[in-house]
Design a binder for this molecule. Structure first.
Ligand code: KQY
Length: 378
């Protein structure tokens, strides 16, 4: 059985690789939460199935489904996709799953962050989140990977890395008092170093307008490869996203990565702006928690929320006026991969997009530690 380690990845010389590095697979969760997904989650399930099918072109996909939804998920997904029964509170594998780290020998381990539903009881999106907080541990057990339990609240969508020691994040999310109010920037950087092996943190300011995650980086900006990032963009100065993206651009321009390089910054024109329609507010169960759904509210739409697969880029299709332009930008940035668009408005209505619902497992050689002398508990 994989071990719970009481050391840290940095101590053990493990580092989080870039998403563009080879994967052994990808994990997702089958959506069903009726207070987040409209119409019994049927439209969302179709979108998730299309994402899983596209990713499965280049790597093994595993979908976690509840006891109630197992048979439906199995029947809705191609045979090549593995379906495992697992309890969750919702379907955001990027945020509840482990962040994987790897060492020079190719051994893969996982970091299991504390999860508080994007803000806990002050600003979080639902309660309880106890099953979500167990997902990383369960995924690591299925994968046969040893686990580090990190002592801070963090979601996978709040970080991007270049695999060479640099991490990108936002102040809006990581410094939000609803995550780790006892930790300042310097203390967070130390923990990011300890648990992901990074040596340089690039702090952007705010995330995408109206992002209910408090500004996850994975909706704003990501690494295309070491030394190159892509940033969501608008030239419309009256759009509040303009100042946010402009500020991010300036910060990126004046940054150096962990290897001392200046970054090449690519702009990716945003969709829309897009807004929730009155019809789309119907069919979502009402709750007292933090996910009010109102007609005409702005959706946190961004093409940066794509998945980098082994042979594919799986990107959200969100706006017929902009989709082709975004796809062409991504084709130029990833000439060696096939860019596949998936109709993703139903995922966006739930508060995130393709990157948020996926979690890659790096390709490595999995070795579960049996030596208790390394501090391991099982
Ligand atoms: O975008 C994400 N990473 C998660 C969004 C959660 C939204 C819950 N309604």
């Amino acid at each position: 059985m994989p071990a719970l380690l009481n050391t840290t990845p940095a101590n053990d010389e493990f580092l989080m690789p870039g998403e563009f590095e080879p994967h052994s697979g990808c994990w997702m969760i089958w959506p069903e939460r009726p207070s987040n997904w409209r119409l019994g989650a049927k439209p969302a399930q179709a979108a998730f199935a299309a994402v899983a099918t596209a990713i499965a072109i280049g790597e093994r996909v595993t979908v976690a489904a509840s006891r109630e939804q197992y048979v439906n998920a199995r029947a809705s997904l191609p045979d090549a996709i593995r379906v495992v029964e697992m309890s969750t509170n919702d379907a955001w594998m990027r945020d509840v799953g482990p962040s994987f780290v790897i060492n020079r020998a190719g051994e893969v381990r996982g970091v299991d962050w504390l999860f508080n539903a994007w803000g806990g009881l002050s600003g979080g999106l639902y309660f309880p989140w106890d099953q979500d907080d167990l997902v990383a541990r369960k995924v690591l057990e299925v994968e046969g990977c040893d686990r580090y339990r990190a002592p801070l609240v963090l979601e996978g969508g709040a970080i991007h890395v270049d695999g060479e020691g640099t991490l990108l994040t936002t102040e809006e999310c990581l410094l939000n008092p609803n995550r780790n109010p006892h930790l300042d920037k310097g203390q967070l950087e130390i923990l990011l170093h300890e648990y992901l092996g990074v040596t340089s943190v690039i702090w952007l300011g705010k995330g995408v307008v109206e992002d209910e995650t408090n500004g996850h980086i994975d909706n704003l900006c990501c690494f295309v490869r070491p030394g190159e990032v892509v940033l969501t963009w608008t030239d419309n100065k009256r759009d509040p996203q303009y100042e946010i993206s402009r500020d991010a651009y300036e910060r990126l321009k004046s940054s150096r990565d962990a290897q001392g390089r200046k970054l090449k910054i690519h702009k990716l024109a945003q969709p829309g702006p897009l807004f929730r329609t009155a019809a789309e507010t119907q069919g979502v169960d009402r709750t007292d928690a933090g996910m009010p759904r109102q007609a005409r509210e702005r959706l946190a739409a961004s093409y940066v929320n794509f998945y980098i697969g082994n042979s594919t880029i799986v990107m959200p299709l969100l706006d017929p006026k902009q989709d082709r332009i975004a796809a062409n930008t991504l084709k130029r940035l990833f000439p060696e991969r096939r860019v596949i668009g998936v109709q993703a408005r139903e995922i966006l209505l739930g508060g995130g997009n393709i990157h948020c619902i996926t979690q890659q497992v790096p390709l490595g050689r999995v070795v579960a530690t049996r030596k208790r002398s390394r501090g391991g508990k099982t």
